[in-house]
Design a protein around this ligand. Structure first.
Ligand code: VG1
Ligand code: CO
Length: 560
C-alpha cells in the first residue's frame, strides 16, 4: 500500500467547541474538510504518532462510515501502528473511553454530534480523546485548531479498503511499515467493565422480581442512538429485561427522525408512556450514550442536579466504590449545588468546574474525584473519563435494589436530609448570533458595574439581593491552567443563582442557556413544582438579559 500527499486548502472555523468539532453533515462533506481535521488531530499527537494505537468509533449516525474509512487511510499514511475500530464504525462515547483505558492506547477519535439530530441534513462531529480516555483538554484542542489554520496537505493511503462490518484483524503493510486494523465487537469490553462495577445479581433480582418483592418494571428508550446495542446486551441478555421494555433500540443513521436528547421535551414518548403506565422507572439516553434521563413511577422527574446528589449520598452501595473508596465529588458550574451539600455532610472534597466533561479529567487522574455530574443530563465517575448514560442507569438500579424504595421515596428522603435545590434551565435554541450576543453583552455590562453588588432585584413579592456577579473563570487545581469567560453568574445572598451561557455544541446560530437555581430547606416546599418556585427568579433573569426584547422570543425552545 502506498502513501500519497494531497494538497488541500484551509477551512475557516474548525475550532472544537464544548465537545469536539460539530457542524452540519454538508460541511463535513466538503472536499478535504474531514481529512484536514483528522490530519490536524494526528499531527497534534507529535512524538506519540508513529506506531501509536488509536480507538475509532461513533454513534452510528449518517457519515460515520465514510469518516471511519477516511480515518483508516489517513492514519495508515501517517505511521499510526494500529487502529481498534468498533464493528460498523459503532462505539458509544463511554465505550471509546473504556477501550482507550483498557488497551492503554494513545487516544481515540469519536465520531458523533452527541445529542444533535442526525442524517444528511443534520449534524456530524469529530472529537479527539487523549490517552487518559477523556476529551482533549483546551491546550490540545487549541493546538489542533491552530494546525487547521495553516494546513497545506494531508497524507492518505487511498488503496486501503477494509470491511468494517466483520469482526476481524487486518494486517497490512503501508509504505514498508506494519499497520493493523482490528475490527472489534462494539459492546464486549464495555459490558465487562459494567459487570466489574455493579452488583449484577442483585440488579437482576430487582428486575425479575422475587418472593419478597414484585418485579421492578423499567422502560428504556435509546432514541435510536448508539445505546440500543448496549441496552440489548446488558439489560436484555444479562439482566433478562423483555423486548417490550426496550424501545428505539436499533441505532439509525438519522435516529429515526428523533432528536436524540434525553430530556422532557425530546423524550416525550417515554415520559407519556411511563406517566400513563405501571412502570417503576423510565430511562433514556442520547445519541452517543453519554447522557441519561431518569424518571420514576408516573414520570416523577429526577433532575440531573438531584440525580448526581442522590448517587453521591449512596455511592458506598456500589461495589466499585467499596473497592476504590470515595475520593471526591464535582459538578459543572451551572449545575445545581445539591451535591455540594452531600459532600459537606460526608466530608468529601467537592469541585466546581466549567461546562464540559474535559474539565473533570485532571481531577480524576490525580485521584481526587470519584463522581461528578452536569445539569445537562450527564452523570459519571472515574471508571472512565466520559459521562456515561448506561452507567448512571445501572447505578440507580444498584442503589434501588439495596434501599428497596421507589425513586420518589429516595428523592423525598434526600430532600428531608439535605433540603432541595430547585433548578431549571431555559434554552433559546437557534437564535441569531447578534441577538444572543446582545443578551450576553447586556448582562455583562450590568454585572460589571461596581454598584451591581448589593442591588435588590424583585419580581412579584420576592426580593433577591445580589451578592457576587462575574464572568466565571476556573483555575485547574492540578495543572494550574485557566479557563476564562465560562458563563455570566449572578449569585444572590440567599444562595440562589442565575447563570447565562452560550452553547458551544450547536452547529449553526446561537443557543442561549439560562440556568436558575434556588435552595429551600422548608419541607412544605419540597412537593412544589420547580417552575412555580423559580418563577420570580426566572422573571428577574429574563428582564436582566432583556431576553424577550433582544431575541423576539416569548418562550424558550426547551425548559428543563
Ligand atoms: C452541552 C452541555 C454540556 C455538555 C455538552 C456535551 O454543552 O451544556 O453540559 O458537556 O453539551 O454533551 P453546551 O456548550 O451546548 O452548553 V454531549 O452529550 O453533547 O457530548
Ligand atoms: Co452525548
Amino acid at each position: 500500500m502506498s502513501v500519497v500527499e494531497i494538497q488541500t486548502k484551509v477551512y475557516e472555523g474548525q475550532k472544537p467547541g464544548t465537545s469536539g468539532l460539530r457542524k452540519a453533515v454538508k460541511v463535513f462533506q466538503q472536499e478535504h474538510y474531514t481529512e484536514n481535521f483528522v490530519q490536524a488531530i494526528l499531527t497534534a499527537l507529535g512524538d506519540q504518532l508513529t506506531g501509536s494505537t488509536l480507538i475509532v468509533g461513533g454513534d452510528g449516525r449518517y457519515y460515520v462510515k465514510e469518516a471511519v474509512e477516511k480515518i483508516i487511510r489517513i492514519a495508515a499514511a501517517n505511521g499510526v501502528g494500529k487502529l481498534i475500530v468498533g464493528q460498523n464504525g459503532i462505539l458509544s462515547t463511554p465505550a471509546v473511553s473504556t477501550l482507550i483505558r483498557k488497551y492503554k492506547t494513545q487516544g481515540g477519535i469519536v465520531l458523533t454530534a452527541s445529542h444533535n439530530p442526525g442524517g444528511p441534513n443534520a449534524d456530524f462531529g469529530i472529537k479527539f480523546n487523549c490517552d487518559n480516555g477523556g476529551p482533549a483538554p483546551d491546550n490540545v484542542t487549541n493546538q489542533i485548531y491552530e494546525l487547521t489554520k495553516s494546513i497545506k496537505s494531508y497524507k492518505t493511503a487511498p488503496n486501503i479498503n477494509i470491511d468494517i462490518t466483520k469482526i476481524q484483524t487486518h494486517n497490512l503493510v503501508v509504505d514498508g511499515k506494519s499497520f493493523v486494523v482490528d475490527i472489534i465487537d462494539s459492546v464486549d469490553d464495555y459490558v465487562a467493565l459494567m459487570k466489574e462495577i455493579f452488583d449484577f445479581p442483585s440488579i437482576k433480582t430487582l428486575l425479575q422480581g422475587s418472593s419478597s418483592r414484585p418485579k421492578f418494571q423499567i422502560l428504556i428508550d435509546s432514541l435510536h442512538g448508539v445505546t440500543g446495542i448496549y441496552v440489548k446486551r446488558i439489560f436484555g441478555l444479562e439482566l433478562g429485561v423483555d423486548d417490550a421494555s426496550m424501545v428505539h433500540v436499533e441505532p439509525l443513521e438519522d435516529f429515526g427522525g428523533l432528536h436524540p436528547d434525553p430530556n422532557l421535551t425530546y423524550a416525550a414518548d417515554l415520559v407519556n408512556t411511563v406517566r400513563n403506565g405501571t412502570h417503576d422507572m423510565g430511562m433514556a439516553f442520547d445519541g452517543d450514550g453519554d447522557r441519561n434521563m431518569i424518571i420514576g413511577k408516573k414520570a416523577f422527574f429526577v433532575t440531573p442536579t438531584d440525580s448526581v446528589a442522590v448517587l453521591a449520598a449512596h455511592l458506598d452501595i456500589i461495589p466499585y466504590f467499596q473497592k476504590t473508596g470515595i475520593k471526591g465529588y464535582a459538578r459543572s458550574m451551572p449545575t445545581g449545588a445539591a451535591i455540594d451539600r452531600v459532600a459537606a455532610k460526608k466530608k468529601v472534597e467537592c469541585f466546581e468546574v466549567p461546562t464540559g466533561w474535559k474539565y473533570f479529567g485532571n481531577l480524576m487522574d490525580a485521584g481526587r474525584l470519584s463522581l461528578c455530574g452536569e445539569e445537562s443530563f450527564g452523570t459519571g465517575s472515574d471508571h472512565i473519563r466520559e459521562k456515561d448514560g448506561i452507567w448512571a442507569a445501572l447505578a440507580w438500579l444498584n442503589i434501588i435494589a439495596k434501599l428497596n424504595k421507589s425513586i420518589e421515596e429516595i428523592l423525598k428522603d434526600h430532600w428531608i436530609t439535605y433540603g432541595r435545590n430547585f433548578f431549571t434551565r431555559y434554552d433559546y435554541e437557534n437564535c441569531a448570533i447578534e441577538d444572543a450576543s446582545r443578551v450576553m453583552a447586556e448582562v455583562e455590562t450590568k454585572i460589571q458595574d461596581p454598584s451591581f453588588k448589593g442591588t435588590k432585584l424583585s419580581s412579584g413579592n420576592k426580593v433577591y439581593v445580589v451578592g457576587e456577579a462575574d464572568n466565571y473563570s476556573y483555575k485547574d487545581p492540578i495543572d494550574g491552567s485557566v479557563a476564562t469567560k465560562q458563563g455570566l453568574r449572578v449569585l444572590f445572598e440567599d444562595g440562589s443563582r442565575i447563570i447565562y451561557r452560550l452553547s458551544g455544541t450547536g452547529s449553526s446560530g446561537a443557543t442561549i442557556r439560562l440556568y436558575v437555581e434556588s435552595y429551600e430547606s422548608d419541607p412544605t416546599t419540597f412537593d412544589k413544582d420547580a417552575q412555580e418556585i423559580l418563577k420570580p427568579l426566572v422573571g428577574i433573569a429574563l428582564d436582566l438579559g432583556k431576553i424577550k426584547e433582544f431575541t423576539g422570543r416569548n418562550a424558550p425552545t426547551v425548559i428543563t
